[in-house]
Design a binder for this molecule. Structure first.
Ligand SMILES: [Zn+2]
Length: 282
């Protein structure tokens, strides 16, 4: 019989309790049975799926199960393979703790994890995302729901923070990273998914600039290396085209007529345009 997910997760907590801190009082945490607790009696229990829920309130997100599942299929089908290869080259050979901030349904971390020693944690504010992530075949990986602005991780615990297409909180990143640890951040370039943008958005919204995001990172951290990734990905069939449409928040802004017209005449390839940045805070 396969080992239960909750047992695997409980073993993770027993092995790596020092990675966590209580999000309520910021004290250290201890593992016992199927939970983490602090000296002040705050307790966080593993779910049956082996996930940990650190939020004390429900947060609604627009990233539903369908969209996240489509995104996962696109990542696993190879849409971001050049990105995954580049990040693999940048990750350190020896890692204590790889933290994926805003992991969604977990496909990026699951593809990167096998090359990394040590603990891996993926977290997201989206409960549907973490539920899907718990099905990822990823060793020594814990999935949890947490708040970006109050990370439940100990000071200077992480070797690397991944931040792929997701919001940042640089003060918390600087606190959680080891002194020589690094942030690997991926932001869309101006031509990212441009075929979809042209189909879905009104003219005045098609142009996009990542300049403000880039500027803020330059102000807060030291850039160690940066690469501009630009390529076109061929969409082999209608199924992948449907997933591409469903995975992006761009779809929310399109009318049903525009979506129907596009599905009747799908374009053959999509542009991926990204800035990949490695930075250090200390
Ligand atoms: Zn506490």
């Amino acid at each position: 019989m396969a080992v239960k997910k909750i047992t695997t997760a409980a073993n993770f907590l027993k092995q790596f309790p020092q990675l966590f801190r209580c999000p309520l009082c910021h004290e250290a945490m201890t593992a016992s049975e199927n939970s983490l607790h602090c000296v002040n009696g705050h307790e966080f229990d593993l779910s049956k799926k082996g996930t940990l829920y650190f939020l004390n309130r429900q947060i609604k997100t627009e990233y539903g199960t369908e969209m996240l599942a489509a995104r996962g299929r696109m990542i696993r089908s190879g849409l971001f393979q050049p990105l995954i290869k580049l990040i693999q080259q940048w990750l350190p050979a020896q890692s204590d703790f790889l933290l994926d901030v805003g992991c969604g349904e977990g496909s990026f971390l699951a593809q990167l994890a096998p090359t990394q020693s040590g603990a891996k944690v993926g977290f997201d504010i989206s409960k549907p995302g973490i539920y899907l992530a718990s099905n990822q075949p990823s060793a020594q990986t814990l999935w949890c729901v947490a708040d970006l602005t109050n990370l439940p991780f100990a000071d200077h615990s992480a070797t690397t923070i991944l931040n792929i297409f997701s919001p940042s909180h640089y003060q918390e990143f600087a606190r959680v990273l080891q002194p020589d640890g690094t942030l690997i951040k991926v932001i869309p370039g101006s031509q990212y998914l441009q075929e979809l943008r042209r189909s879905f958005l009104p003219d005045e919204k098609i142009a996009y600039s990542n300049h403000p995001v880039q500027q803020r990172l330059n102000d807060e951290a030291t850039i160690l290396q940066q690469e501009h990734l630009h390529y076109r990905y061929a969409l082999p069939d209608q199924g992948q085209f449907n997933d591409l449409m469903a995975m992006s928040p761009l779809e929310w802004q399109a009318s049903d007529e525009k979506k129907a017209a596009l599905l009747a005449h799908p374009f053959p390839e999509i542009t991926i345009d990204l800035e990949v940045i490695q930075a250090r805070f200390h």
